[in-house]
Write a protein that binds this ligand. Structure first.
Ligand code: ADP
Ligand code: F6P
Length: 324
């Protein structure tokens, strides 16, 4: 028989992402609407092990939906990777009466949730990462805000690049994934996009392309480089030496993780937070919320963690074709 849930805990873990507050707010308010109690766990699994846990009311999440970051703070926790750390995490949940837990984070955080589920704490993962690198879902909290932030920044670099007739290499985040780079490549009309999934780096081809474009009269050359490839500064120095064109590297960095979430991130994060509460209330455990084929849905965590994600070949092809 499904375990009846009375108190839900919620935490954010791994890198923060704009929209996490909307998800926390939805967990708190949907749980209260269903007659459940909610406890906020601060600083991810670290806060769980240190018992940084507070009761949450509907008022505690007022005025948070438009704020970037996470009101529960976030952390990475090495101790939670050990069986002893996980056993202590389950024990702390029991001590505080937490019988259901919502973990907002990425694949690493879900691996932690999976361990807690095996130890008898009902857990649900909600995908929160700007990288979009979670295989079971077409949407992750924060990606939409991050690409809009990066897109606006790249437009600005492009203005000054054109004025000085320079080449610019702009490095965007994404860890091992190239989604931010690929989306911005199309949205910013970049001349070249370098992503780890298509790593066939050929600097001579890049240099020939820059020279050919300059001969055709192009005033700038924007290369969007995913952080999974990196080395933007040394790349810029070599390209400048080979082409004779002034070349600058800009690393956008953590600005991509901040800022007020877009409408899409607010709405989808709210839906996913509420969905996670519904799953717990139905007695479900070891699930991850996802968005697939236009619907919010859920997957077994074991299955979700074993899935592989690949970049859309067609999208990559279009990004190349539109630079002609
Ligand atoms: P993300 O959740 O964004 O992928 P991390 O990979 O940094 O971020 O993971 C966040 C936290 O999740 C880690 O600091 C650790 O506490 C926990 N975690 C990661 N992998 C595991 C694992 N295999 N088992 C238990 N906990 C894990
Ligand atoms: O996973 C989100 C992310 O911003 C990645 O794009 C990036 O590689 C990483 O986190 C940076 O982590 P940190 O904030 O620890 O520097």
């Amino acid at each position: 028989m499904a375990k009846e849930i009375k108190t839900i805990g919620v935490l954010t873990s791994g890198g923060d992402a704009p929209g996490m507050n909307a998800a926390i707010r939805a967990v708190v308010r949907k749980a209260i609407a269903r007659g459940l109690k909610v406890k906020g766990i601060y600083k991810g699994y670290n806060g769980l092990l240190n018992e940084e846990i507070k009761d949450m009311t509907a008022r505690d999440v007022s005025d948070t939906i438009s704020r970037g970051g996470t009101i529960l703070y976030t952390a990475r926790c090495a101790e939670f990777r050990t069986p002893e750390g996980q056993a202590r995490g389950a024990e702390v949940c029991r001590k505080h009466g937490i019988d259901g837990l919502v973990v907002i984070g990425g694949d690493g955080s879900f691996a932690g949730a999976q361990k807690l589920a095996a130890l008898g704490i009902n857990t649900i993962g909600v995908p929160g990462t700007i990288d979009l690198d979670i295989a079971c879902t077409e949407y992750t909290i924060g990606f939409d805000t991050a690409i809009n932030t990066a897109m606006e920044a790249i437009d600005k670099v492009r203005d000054t690049s054109t004025s000085h007739e320079r080449c610019s290499i702009i490095e965007v985040m994404g860890r091992g994934a190239g989604y931010i780079a690929l989306y911005c490549g199309i949205a910013n009309g970049a001349e070249d996009v370098l992503i780890p999934e298509k790593y066939d780096y050929d600097e001579q081809r890049l240099i020939n392309n820059i020279i050919a474009n300059r001969k055709r009269g192009k005033k700038h050359h924007i290369i969007i480089n995913a952080e999974g490839i990196g080395h933007s500064a040394s790349m810029a120095r070599r390209i400048e030496a080979a082409t004779g064109l002034e070349t600058r590297a800009t690393i956008l960095g953590h600005m991509q993780r901040g800022g007020s979430p877009t409408c899409k991130d607010r709405v989808y994060a709210s839906m996913m937070g509420a969905y996670a509460v519904d799953l717990l209330a139905e007695g479900k455990t070891n699930r991850v919320v996802g968005y697939k084929d236009g619907e919010f849905t859920d997957f077994d965590i074991d299955e979700a963690l074993s899935m592989q994600k690949s970049i859309s070949e067609y999208m990559y092809e279009v990004s190349r074709a539109l630079t002609v």
